[in-house]
Design a protein around this ligand. Structure first.
Ligand SMILES: Nc1ncnc2c1ncn2[C@@H]1O[C@H](COP(=O)(O)OP(=O)(O)O)[C@@H](O)[C@H]1O
Ligand SMILES: [Mg+2]
Length: 395
């Protein structure tokens, strides 16, 4: 039975639906490597773990890695080694590596295992060759495999911060593409890369589009209303917490952007507010929970949206993005592009540069789930996040 979980990725019985998305991914993976894009908290990691756990039904063995914390290229390959070391083919891969061009380098390592090779990868180590050899070995050994790599754009952005010319990010992405697309490959190894900030947006800005254009883009969205309703009712049943149809509909109206995380969050808060079984949840309780979630005591839930801008965009772009979001938050109907352009006039004086900068920031903010454009106006995608922004961030 499903249980309510807020925060960490969900697996097993707690994972709800995403049936058509899973079907699509397996279908697309027959011919292509994929790039899974969705704003944060939409459920990418949960979906990836589901794909990993069900890969055997599709005659694949899968490994999941997250490269969010990898600080440089050797660390990226270290993560890859960790992932590969969990595969059945790990010892075959090791044999292949020992025979290949890294044989001499490997002699230095005492107890050799794929995981151990990863641990030896520090600055100045042959990370490019280790990565290439790993992939070559996986492609050669019998059996089909899938490597799921989470948070790729976060890693690319961190390379970009370390070298703002983009040369290092380009070198890495070119190397990574080469891993996937080498002409000698038999095609037994498949990749699914994922991330929240649109890697496509970042790549296009750096003129790096060619380094990821082998990937077929799959976008993960919110639940549709029917799915969200069933999800909520299932959570209610599982927790012996019944909500009337009217309460469920009001709940869905207020959440607005029906990502599973927001549904889980409001459900948990509603449940803890209405512990007294004699007073079942009503519309006022839903409204009270909504108010409470954007109050200072609950700021941790949404503060993250502000912090991540700093982590991912760095300065001056993070500050510019905040300026734009402040302006957008003021009007529930959203803001026009002209008004947003004026907001940037202080920080970018050149008109052409300003238009470019605005386009980039809006692309990022849209692909990352902050904003959505409807009828030439930009507005917050989630009413919850807009409320938070208005009360806690905007001056
Ligand atoms: N399929 C799902 N079923 C139930 N809850 C989900 C599902 N997907 C996501 N969630 C909820 O959303 C939260 C964030 O999910 P996660 O997979 O970490 O998103 P992302 O990787 O896109 O940031 C989870 O903690 C859980 O509360
Ligand atoms: Mg994730």
């Amino acid at each position: 039975m499903i249980s309510s979980k807020v925060g960490s990725p969900v697996t097993g019985d707690d994972f709800f639906d995403r049936e058509s998305e899973q079907r699509d991914v397996w279908e697309f993976l027959r011919g292509d490597d994929l790039l899974l894009l969705a704003p944060r908290r939409v459920g990418k990691t949960s979906l990836m773990l589901r794909l990993r756990d069900t890969a055997h039904k599709h005659q694949l063995e899968a490994a999941y890695i997250s490269v969010a914390g990898a600080e440089d290229e050797p660390a990226f390959v270290r993560k890859l080694c960790e992932g590969v070391s969990g595969l059945d083919a790990s010892s075959d891969v090791l044999r292949h590596l020992k025979k290949g061009k890294l044989a001499r380098w490997l002699k230095r390592i005492k107890k050799v295992s794929v995981a151990q090779i990863g641990l030896e990868l520090g600055p100045g180590s042959p990370w490019e060759d280790v990565g290439a050899q790993l992939v070559e070995a996986l492609d050669r050994e019998g059996g089909r495999r899938l490597i799921l790599v989470d948070e790729v754009p976060v890693f690319v952005l961190s390379l970009l911060r370390q070298d703002s010319s983009g040369a290092r990010a380009r070198k890495f992405l070119t190397w990574f593409r080469e891993l996937r697309q080498h002409p000698d490959r038999q095609g037994r190894l498949r990749w699914l890369l994922a991330g929240s900030i649109g890697l496509d947006t970042v790549a296009a800005r750096l003129h790096l589009g060619d380094t990821i254009n082998d990937l077929y883009v799959v976008r993960l969205g919110p639940f549709d209303r029917e799915t969200a309703r069933t999800f909520l009712v299932s959570l209610g049943l599982a927790h012996d917490f019944s909500m009337s149809a009217g309460v469920v509909e009001h709940f869905l109206d207020r959440v607005g952007w029906l990502i599973p995380y927001h549904l889980q969050l409001l459900f948990r808060e509603l449940r803890s507010r209405c512990t007294d079984q004699s007073s079942p949840p009503d519309i006022e309780a839903v409204d009270a929970v909504f108010e409470d979630l954007v109050s200072p005591s609950k700021r941790a839930y949404f503060d993250y949206w502000r912090q991540r801008l700093h982590e991912e965009l760095g300065q001056p772009d993070a500050e510019r993005a905040i300026t734009l979001l402040n302006a957008v938050a003021k009007d529930p109907e959203g803001t026009s592009r002209e008004v947003l352009e004026q907001q940037l006039s202080e920080s970018i004086s050149d008109a052409d540069e300003r238009v470019d900068g605005l386009r980039y920031l809006l692309d990022v903010l849209e692909s990352d789930g902050y904003l959505v454009e409807t009828g030439k106006r930009h507005r917050f995608r989630s009413p919850l996040l807009r409320e938070f922004w208005l009360r806690r961030v905007a001056p």
